[in-house]
Design a protein around this ligand. Structure first.
Ligand SMILES: NC(=O)C1=CN([C@@H]2O[C@H](COP(=O)(O)OP(=O)(O)OC[C@H]3O[C@@H](n4cnc5c(N)ncnc54)[C@H](O)[C@@H]3O)[C@@H](O)[C@H]2O)C=CC1
Ligand SMILES: O=C(O)C(=O)COP(=O)(O)O
Length: 392
C-alpha cells in the first residue's frame, strides 16, 4: 500500500479520503507523498521515495520548492480552500481597528463590585469608535483572499481600492467592478484609511511594507497583516506606532517586537483555522495528491505546469524535465526508436520546468525498465514515473 506521511493537524476529511483510496497514513513504509500545513519543511529531511508534497493551505514559503523541483518532486497547494476563513477574520480585524472591541471587553470583564451594569454603562464613554462606512480600504493583493475581503468591504459601504499587478484576465473577474484599481501601491497607501495585505511571502515580498511605505500611510490609518510575518517590517510598524505616524497594527503573526503595545492586536496565525477551511483544504490536498500519484495529472502545483486530461490508455509515462530545446524530440525519439507507440503526448512548461505526459496502450516490463534506465541518466530529466491505469 502506498504510504503518505503527514505533518500538522490534517482534517479527517482529507485523511479518510486517502484511506478510502487505499493509502496508508504514517505507516512503516517509505512515503510516496507528504501532506502538511505550516510545518517548516526547510528543516526536514524529505526521503527520495517522495514523489509529491501537498500543502493543505495557500502559502508555501515553508517549503523548499526549488530544491524539491530539482529532485523531481511535485509541490502542490490548495488555493482558495481557506480564503473565506481568512476573509472573515480580516473583516473582524477591520471592525476591531474601527471600534475598541478588545479594550472594551477587557474593561467589562474587569469591572467588579456594586451595580456592574450601571458602572459599565457610566464608564463606556472611553470606548467610542468610528464606523467603517464611508472610509477607504486599500487591499494589496487581490488573489483568493484579497478579492473576497475587497468585495465584502463594499457591502460594509466602504470605498475600496486594490493593487495587484499579477491579476490576469481570469482572476480579474473575481474582483467586483466597484473596486478601484490602483496603478501603484503608493496610491493605495496614501488614499486608504485601512490597508490590508494579502500577498505571498517570497523573495520579492520580504518586508514589502517597509518603513518607507509605512511613512506614506495616513497617521490615522490602520494596517492589517493576515498574509505572513516578514511581509510587514514589524520593527518599522512599531516605530511608526510609537511616533503616532500609524494608529493601529493588527497582525496574525506574533513578533516579540510588537508585544505589550495597546496599538497592536496579535492573533496566533488563525486566519485559516476554521472547521470548514480545514476540511476543504485537506480534501482538496488529498484529491490532488491521489490524482497526481495515480494519473500523473497536475492540478494546483506551484512548481509544475497544469495538465489534467482523462487517463484513458493502459499506461502513462510522466516526465519532469528542464524546459530546454530538443528535450521533447529526445523523449519522443526514444519511444520511436524502441517501437513503442505513443497514443497521446502532452507537454507544458512553467518557467524553466517542463512536464511531459505520454499515454501508451502497450508496454512490456523490459520497456518499462528501459525507460527508467535511459531517462534516469539524462541530466535535464528530474523524475520519470511509469503509471499503470488501475481503472483499466
Ligand atoms: N493567516 C492565515 O492563516 C493565512 C494566510 N494566508 C496568506 O495569504 C497569502 C495570500 O493568500 P491567497 O489570496 O490565497 O493567495 P493567492 O495566490 O490567491 O493571491 C495572492 C495575490 O497576491 C498578488 N501579489 C503578489 N505579490 C504582490 C505584490 N507585491 N503586490 C501586490 N500584489 C501581489 C498575486 O498577484 C496574487 O493575485 C498566502 O500566500 C498566505 O501567505 C493564506 C491563507 C491563510
Ligand atoms: O494557508 C495558509 O497560507 C495559512 O497560513 C494557513 O496556515 P495553517 O494551515 O492554518 O497552519
Amino acid at each position: 500500500m502506498t504510504n503518505i506521511k503527514t505533518y500538522n493537524a490534517i482534517s479527517p476529511m482529507g485523511l479518510n479520503y486517502l484511506t478510502e483510496q487505499g493509502y496508508t497514513i504514517n505507516g512503516d513504509e517509505a512515503p510516496k507523498g507528504i501532506l502538511l500545513r505550516s510545518q517548516d519543511m526547510h528543516q526536514e529531511t524529505i526521503p527520495d521515495t517522495v514523489r509529491a508534497l501537498v500543502r493543505a493551505g495557500a502559502g508555501f514559503n515553508n517549503i523548499p520548492v526549488d530544491d524539491l523541483t530539482q529532485r523531481g518532486i511535485a509541490v502542490f497547494n490548495t488555493p482558495g480552500g481557506n480564503a473565506n476563513a481568512v476573509k472573515e477574520l480580516t473583516i473582524a480585524a477591520l471592525i476591531m481597528a474601527a471600534r475598541p472591541v478588545v479594550a472594551a471587553i477587557d474593561f467589562a470583564n474587569k469591572t467588579r463590585g456594586g451595580d456592574v451594569s450601571l458602572r459599565t454603562e457610566t464608564n463606556k464613554g472611553g470606548y467610542r469608535g468610528t464606523e467603517l462606512s464611508g472610509k477607504t480600504l486599500g487591499v494589496i493583493g487581490l488573489g483568493n483572499v484579497g478579492s473576497k475581503v475587497a468585495n465584502t468591504a463594499l457591502a460594509l459601504d466602504m470605498e475600496v481600492i486594490g493593487y495587484d499587478p499579477g491579476l490576469d484576465a481570469t482572476t480579474a473577474w473575481r474582483v467586483d467592478r466597484h473596486i478601484g484599481h490602483a496603478r501603484n501601491v503608493e496610491e493605495v497607501l496614501q488614499k486608504a484609511d485601512y490597508v490590508t495585505v494579502h500577498i505571498p511571502l517570497n523573495a520579492d515580498n520580504k518586508h514589502f511594507i517597509d518603513a518607507e511605505k509605512i511613512a506614506q500611510l495616513k497617521p490615522e490609518a490602520a494596517l492589517l497583516n493576515f498574509s505572513r510575518g516578514g511581509i510587514v517590517d514589524d520593527a518599522a510598524a512599531k516605530a511608526a506606532l510609537d511616533a503616532d505616524q500609524l494608529r493601529m497594527y493588527i497582525t496574525d503573526f506574533a513578533d516579540a517586537v510588537l508585544f505589550d503595545n495597546p496599538k497592536t492586536i496579535i492573533t496566533p496565525h488563525i486566519g485559516g483555522s476554521t472547521i470548514e477551511a480545514e476540511d476543504t483544504s485537506a480534501l482538496m490536498a488529498a484529491k490532488q495528491l491521489d490524482h497526481y500519484l495515480t494519473t500523473g495529472n497536475v492540478v494546483n502545483s506551484v512548481n509544475l505546469p497544469s495538465i489534467d486530461e482523462p487517463f484513458r490508455t493502459k499506461y502513462r509515462v510522466s516526465i519532469i524535465h528542464r524546459n530546454v530545446p530538443t528535450m521533447l524530440s529526445q523523449i519522443a525519439n526514444f519511444f520511436g526508436d524502441h517501437g513503442i507507440n505513443i497514443e497521446q503526448l502532452s507537454n507544458r512548461a512553467k518557467n524553466n520546468i517542463a512536464y511531459t505526459l505520454i499515454s501508451l496502450n502497450a508496454l512490456t516490463d523490459e520497456e518499462w525498465q528501459l525507460i527508467h534506465e535511459r531517462f534516469d541518466q539524462v541530466d535535464d530529466i528530474f523524475q520519470t514515473r511509469v503509471l499503470k491505469n488501475n481503472q483499466d
